[in-house]
Design a protein around this ligand. Structure first.
Ligand code: ADP
Ligand code: MG
Length: 320
């Protein structure tokens, strides 16, 4: 049974690449890293009931398992190439596996990413994906590197996934287009791979927003030994989020909600306009939300310039 599941996955995700000398089917895959490139590798696990609601569609789970990992490559400015998939399933459910593989493959095709191996075991529904990508030496986007005075920007909009989760929790599934939009943002996040590539050599620091803006920008600040000042009025929020939630709820979602998978990055102030013009061409756009400052910690100011009371910084699995 395990083997027929693996065959289904292999068939549904088939993607030819010249740099895959041996893919699924042997004891290990054999891969050729292009000459003169560094290998960027990352792994992320998603667990039912923790990272996606119980009852999420199999294809959405497949998409999201890969998307959260591609988001890490995007945040490094790496070009995706290969993935490994460790699948833990409660039962040998071939319908689930087919749906999962279809969602995974749909996103993988966009990047010609090849699934080159994995592992299949029985247990509570848990999916680990490891991704591998290429980046020219010295060009990766690190968390360290932001300088006081740099502008802080974020791609796309923030808080949509938290809004979508609230809708799911309230059993608002497809009442209207806005609810569907937010739930789609939760279940099918768009990894900002092209934006990450465009930021190579330009962003002084970069991270993907998986645990909430304050938590993730906090990591950039700590690694870069700077603080940040954000202007709450500038936080980019979708019209769906603003229409379905009141101002303070949507602001909290944008500051502390997880699962958006946008990029938060810093650039020298004089380069903001050029970077924004380039990211606008890629469709996601980027909004300036504040600046890096001397010191430490993040201050968020309201419309009148008053600091907002500090709040839950973001999601911490061991501190929930
Ligand atoms: P082994 O016992 O040598 O680890 P497995 O039976 O676990 O071999 O896997 C057989 C082949 O199928 C290997 O090439 C492995 O990488 C691949 N594989 C197993 N599970 C998956 C999966 N969920 N997705 C992709 N490839 C898989
Ligand atoms: Mg194995």
């Amino acid at each position: 049974m395990e083997f027929s599941l693996i065959d289904r996955i292999r068939n549904l995700t088939a993607q030819h690449r010249d740099d895959v000398r041996l893919g699924i089917g042997d004891d290990a895959a054999l891969l050729t890293v292009p000459t003169g490139q560094e290998l960027a590798v990352a792994i992320d696990t998603i667990v039912e009931g923790v990272h996606f609601p119980v009852g999420t569609d199999a294809a959405d789970i497949g998409w999201k398992a890969l998307a959260v990992n591609l988001s890490d490559l995007a945040a490094m400015g790496a070009t995706p190439a290969w993935a490994l998939l460790a699948l833990t399933l409660p039962s040998a459910d071939s319908a689930f596996v087919d749906g999962f593989a279809a969602g995974f493959a749909q996103l993988a095709q966009t990047y010609r990413l090849a699934l080159v191996g994995g592992d299949t075991t029985r247990g509570a529904l848990t999916i680990s994906v490891a991704v591998h990508g290429f980046v020219p030496p010295g060009k990766a986007l690190a968390r360290a590197g932001a300088q006081a005075g740099d502008a802080v920007l974020v791609t796309g909009t923030l808080g949509d996934a938290a809004g979508g989760l609230r809708c799911v929790q309230n059993y608002r599934h497809s009442d209207d287009a806005q609810t569907r939009y937010l739930i789609e943002r939760l279940n099918r996040p768009t990894p900002r791979v092209a934006a990450g590539l465009a930021l190579r050599g330009r962003a002084s620091a970069c991270i993907d927003v998986s645990d909430g803006l304050l938590a993730d920008l906090g990591h950039v600040c700590a690694a870069s030994r700077v603080g940040a000042e954000l202007d709450a009025a500038l936080l980019p929020r979708s019209s769906a989020l603003l229409d379905l939630f009141d101002e303070s709820t949507s602001r909290d979602f944008a500051l502390s909600g997880g699962d958006d998978y946008e990029l938060c990055f810093t650039v020298p102030a004089q380069q903001v306009a050029a970077v924004q013009a380039d990211l606008a061409k890629l469709g996601c756009g980027a909004t300036r939300i504040g600046r890096a400052v001397e010191g430490e910690g993040i201050t968020v100011r309201d419309r009148d310039g008053h600091p907002l009371a500090s709040r839950r910084p973001g999601w911490d699995h061991f501190n929930a």
